[in-house]
Write a protein that binds this ligand. Structure first.
Ligand code: ZN
Ligand code: ZN
Length: 502
C-alpha cells in the first residue's frame, strides 16, 4: 500500500463518518425545532443507533494501522499542509476515542442523558436533592474519563482539551483571574453613574413577525447567506452546521422585549458565518471544521457585541428599526443604545451583560477545577457557588434554580466547557482590535451599512483556515501576539466609559 492509498482510505472513511454525523445533526435540529411531542422516543433511538455506528467507525483498528503508516511520513513534514493537518486531527480523534473503554463511554452517554432529564425536572421545582445524585455520578465518571485520557499537570486539563485544544488550567487560571479586579472596578464605576437605562424600554410591544423580518434583514446585510442557511425558532437558541450550503440558526421571540431575540440572532449568525466561510471543498475532513469552541465563540461575540451593540451600527439601522417598531419612535438613539448595553449584576449567566459575564465564567471555572482536584464535593457545591456569587457579583441566589442549578452544561457532563465563553470574548476583542488596524475606520463603514470588509477579513484570516492552526497559534498568526486580556479590558472601558459618562 502506498502512502497516497493510505491517506485516501482515511479521507474516504472520514467522509463517510461525516455523512453519518451530519445526518445526526439534522435529526437533532429537527428534534429541537419541529418534532411532534410523541416523536421523541423514536428520535432518541435513531440518534443512539447512529452514535454507536459512529463510535465503532472511529475506533476501527484499521484507522490505527493507516495512521501508523502516515504519521512519520513525508506527509507530516510540514505541519501546515492540508494533509498534515488532517493526519494530526485524525490521530487526535482516534487516540482520544480509543482511550475510553467501551463500558465507560456507554455509562457516560447514559448518565448525561439521564442527568439532563433529571435537571429538566428538578430545576423548575428547585429540587437540588433530586438532582444531586445525578451530578455526583457524572462528576465521578468525568474524573474517570479524564484519567483515561491522561494529562501532564491537572486532571481538568484532559477535559478542557475536548473543547479547546491545547488549553491548560495553569495557563487559563491567571488569565481569567486577571479580569476580576478590572471588571469589578468598571462595574462599580457604572453603578455610580447617574446615567441609567429606561426600564420602560424592556416592556414595550415588539410584534414577533416584525422582529423576525428585521433580524433576517440585518443578518443578511451582515453577510449571513440565507440561500445556504435557515433561521427557525427553538426554546434554546443554537447553531448547527449540517453540511456545505446548509447551516441553521435558531432564536426565540418575546413579544414585549426586543433585545433577546435580536441579539440572539446576530450571535448565532456570527457562528453561522464562520461555518459558511470554512473551506467547504474539504468538507468531511478535519480541516473543514471550526478549530475550537473558543474561536467559534469569538465570532459570535464579535458580531453580537462589538458590531451590533455599537453606536455606529445603530446609526445605520436605528431609522429602519423605528420605522418597523412604533414603540421606538419616541425613543432617542442614545436612550436605545443605553438600554441594549445595560450593565447590572444579574444572577443568571445567560442574561448577563458584557461587563459581568466573565465573572460568571470565573466562578464556574474555579468550581470545576476544585471538583476535579477533589478539593470540593458536589454536596458542598451550592454553598461554594453562593460564596463566590457574593464575592464576585455581590448577589445571593434566593434558590438553587437561580444559583447552582441554572445551567444545562453540568447536567449533560460538559465540564471544561465554560472557560471557552471567556476565551471567546478575549479572542474576539483581540481580533477586533487587529481588524481595526488593518481595515481603517470600521465605525464609518458600519454607519454606512458596510460590513463586507470586516466579514472578508474574518473569512481570510480565520474562517478559511479551518483547523490549520490550534487556537492559540491562530491568534498569534492573525494578531502577531499571544493572548492579551488587556484588549478586552480596554474595549469595555472605552465603550462603557462613553455610554455611562464615567
Ligand atoms: Zn441536545
Ligand atoms: Zn455562542
Amino acid at each position: 500500500m502506498t502512502l497516497q492509498e493510505a491517506y485516501d482510505e482515511l479521507a474516504q472513511r472520514a467522509k463517510e463518518t461525516a455523512y453519518l454525523s451530519s445526518t445526526m445533526s439534522l435529526l437533532h435540529w429537527d428534534q429541537r425545532t419541529q418534532i411532534p411531542s410523541r416523536g421523541h422516543a423514536h428520535r432518541i433511538n435513531q440518534l443512539t443507533f447512529l452514535a454507536r455506528l459512529i463510535h465503532n467507525r472511529r475506533t476501527d483498528p484499521r484507522i490505527g494501522e493507516l495512521l501508523a503508516l502516515l504519521e512519520t511520513s513525508a506527509y507530516t513534514t510540514d505541519p501546515l499542509t492540508i494533509e498534515a493537518v488532517n493526519i494530526r486531527e485524525w490521530k487526535r480523534l482516534y487516540e482520544r476515542t480509543t482511550k475510553i473503554p467501551e463500558k465507560l463511554a456507554v455509562e457516560l452517554a447514559r448518565a448525561a442523558a439521564e442527568g439532563e432529564a433529571a435537571w429538566e425536572r428538578a430545576r423548575p421545582a428547585n429540587d437540588w436533592a433530586a438532582f444531586k445524585p445525578y451530578l455526583e455520578r457524572l462528576v465521578e465518571l468525568k474524573k474517570q474519563q479524564a484519567d483515561a485520557y491522561g494529562y501532564d499537570e491537572e486532571r481538568y486539563d484532559a477535559l478542557l482539551d475536548d473543547y479547546e485544544q491545547g488549553a491548560t488550567t495553569s495557563a487559563l487560571q491567571p488569565v481569567l483571574k486577571s479580569l476580576q479586579q478590572p471588571l469589578v472596578n468598571l462595574l462599580n464605576r457604572i453603578k455610580g453613574s447617574t446615567k441609567k437605562p429606561d426600564p420602560a424600554l424592556k416592556s414595550r410591544p415588539f410584534p414577533v413577525a416584525e422582529q423576525e423580518r428585521f433580524a433576517r434583514a440585518v443578518a443578511e446585510q451582515l453577510g449571513f447567506d440565507f440561500s445556504a442557511g435557515r433561521l427557525d425558532v427553538s426554546a434554546h437558541p443554537f447553531t448547527t452546521g449540517i453540511g456545505p450550503g446548509d447551516v441553521r440558526i435558531t432564536t426565540r421571540y418575546q413579544d414585549h422585549y426586543f433585545n433577546a431575540a435580536f441579539f440572539g440572532v446576530i450571535h448565532e449568525a456570527g457562528h453561522a458565518m464562520y461555518h459558511q466561510g470554512l473551506p467547504v471543498d474539504y468538507w468531511g475532513q478535519p480541516l473543514c471544521r471550526p478549530i475550537s469552541l473558543g474561536i467559534n465563540e469569538s465570532q459570535s461575540r464579535l458580531w453580537e457585541n462589538m458590531v451590533a451593540r455599537s453606536r455606529a451600527f445603530w446609526r445605520h439601522f436605528y431609522p429602519q428599526a423605528q420605522e418597523r417598531f412604533a414603540s421606538l419612535r419616541g425613543v432617542a438613539l442614545d436612550d436605545f443604545l443605553l438600554s441594549v448595553n445595560e450593565v447590572a449584576p444579574n444572577l443568571i449567566r445567560v442574561e448577563a451583560d458584557e461587563v459581568t459575564y466573565n465573572l460568571h465564567i470565573l466562578l464556574r471555572f474555579e468550581l470545576e477545577v476544585a471538583l476535579m482536584r477533589d478539593d470540593l464535593r458536589v454536596e458542598d457545591l451550592p454553598h461554594a457557588w453562593n460564596e463566590k456569587m457574593a464575592a464576585y457579583l455581590g448577589l445571593t441566589p434566593p434558590d438553587y434554580a437561580q444559583g447552582v442549578m441554572q445551567d444545562v452544561h453540568w447536567s449533560g457532563g460538559s465540564i471544561g466547557y465554560f472557560p471557552t465563553y471567556t476565551l471567546g470574548n478575549l479572542y474576539g476583542a483581540q481580533f477586533f482590535a487587529k481588524a481595526r488596524i488593518d481595515l481603517g475606520d470600521l465605525e464609518i463603514q458600519f454607519e454606512r451599512g458596510e460590513f463586507s470588509p470586516l466579514l472578508g477579513w474574518l473569512r481570510e484570516k480565520i474562517h478559511s483556515q479551518g483547523t490549520r492552526y490550534l487556537p492559540r497559534d491562530l491568534l498569534r498568526v492573525v494578531t502577531g501576539e499571544d493572548l492579551e486580556p488587556e484588549y478586552l479590558i480596554q474595549y469595555l472601558g472605552e465603550k462603557y466609559g462613553r455610554l455611562y459618562h464615567i
